[in-house]
Write a protein that binds this ligand. Structure first.
Ligand SMILES: Cc1cc2nc3c(=O)[nH]c(=O)nc-3n(C[C@H](O)[C@H](O)[C@H](O)COP(=O)(O)OP(=O)(O)OC[C@H]3O[C@@H](n4cnc5c(N)ncnc54)[C@H](O)[C@@H]3O)c2cc1C
Length: 294
């Protein structure tokens, strides 16, 4: 079963150095692809395009560039896709994005931009020979009125030309399996396209808060109970035991996803290689022995 990893654009030079350490560690493990998220803010955006381009030009990895519609006109979006193409990137994960500052705030369409990711899928596909993926949501997107409309919107993005979706991270494999069932039932043709599950190994109680913020959902009570049990009453919250429990949870989820025939395992790394590598090692993936930092 292939695996892939997600990176975030580095904020500054030290963060960029850390990202490259993780990139080189993963490179030895031959992921199917590596994706780079796309954030808000001009300077971060410029750095994102540059670093994603460097992944294409200076590594053996296959980069997937995330692209969001936030605060961009269609002309700017076309020009961004052109910049990616110039650096050899042919794989784009098309997203609408969230309002900057408050992801749960009201969505503001750029006056000359797009309203939904579906439109951006069409734009990117029309621009050339790009492979396009989109986002899917095991528990439904927080703005979708219900799971049926959420399924219909995902099917529409796939029909518009997306070849696969990557899910929002989740902590209950049943949610992924139900999403897969829903899409297959709603549209057997689009439902046959790969739905790649996204996992994030929990390494601390602080990561729990980060995970909840990123997926906009609270973790299932059983997962939280396991992590808090590991923390116990230790005054320092027993970070080593919490980390061990988090890696175990991610390993069990990944194993179940493999057993259920998921097409690939996509890991959020926060630009560190260690936790994902541990999960992959537990699963029996061949990992070239190499010093692992952080
Ligand atoms: C794998 C993954 C990677 C991500 N990477 C990034 C990233 O790099 N940068 C970033 O800023 N964000 C990222 N996000 C977050 C994402 O941008 C947000 O979750 C955003 O709110 C939804 O994006 P979308 O592409 O699913 O939007 P859309 O598919 O456009 O959906 C947005 C909302 O509109 C609804 N909708 C869709 N189509 C229609 C329609 N035709 N009529 C009515 N309603 C409709 C949907 O149900 C949903 O509620 C990522 C999410 C995932 C799962």
């Amino acid at each position: 079963m292939p695996f892939s990893v997600e990176f975030n654009p580095p904020r500054d030079a030290p963060a960029e150095a850390r990202l490259w350490r993780a990139v080189r560690q993963f490179e030895r493990m031959h992921p199917a692809f590596v994706s780079m998220t796309y954030g808000a803010g001009g300077s971060t955006r410029d750095r994102t395009v540059r670093v994603t381009g460097a992944l294409a030009q200076e590594t053996t990895l296959l980069p997937v560039a995330h692209l969001t519609a936030v605060e961009h006109s269609v002309a700017e979006l076309r020009s961004l896709v052109g910049s990616y193409a110039d650096s050899g990137i042919r794989n784009i994960l098309v997203l609408r994005g969230d309002p900057p500052g408050d992801p749960l705030g009201a969505w503001q369409r750029h006056p000359d931009g797009v309203e939904y990711a579906e439109e951006l899928v069409r734009i990117v596909r029309d621009l050339g020979d790009f492979h396009v993926g989109v986002a899917s949501f095991p528990q439904g997107h927080h703005r979708s009125p219900d799971l049926d409309s959420d399924t219909a919107f995902l099917a529409a993005k796939l029909r518009a030309g997306a070849e696969y979706s990557i899910t929002q991270m989740f902590f209950d494999v049943e949610h992924y399996l139900r999403l897969r069932d829903r899409v297959q039932k709603f549209d057997p043709i689009e439902g046959a396209k790969p739905i790649i599950p996204e996992l994030m190994p929990i390494t601390s109680l602080r990561t729990v808060a980060r995970a909840e913020e990123l997926c906009g959902r609270t973790l299932p009570p059983a997962v939280l109970a396991r992590l808090h049990k590991a923390a116990g009453d230790a005054p320092d919250g027993n970070p080593a035991a919490v980390r061990e429990a988090g890696i175990e949870i991610a390993t069990e989820m990944a194993q179940r996803l493999i057993d259920e025939g998921a097409p690939c395992l996509h890991f959020i790394t926060l630009n560190f290689a260690k936790a994902t590598t541990e999960v992959l090692t537990n699963l029996g993936y061949g990992v070239t022995a190499a010093p692992i930092s952080a």
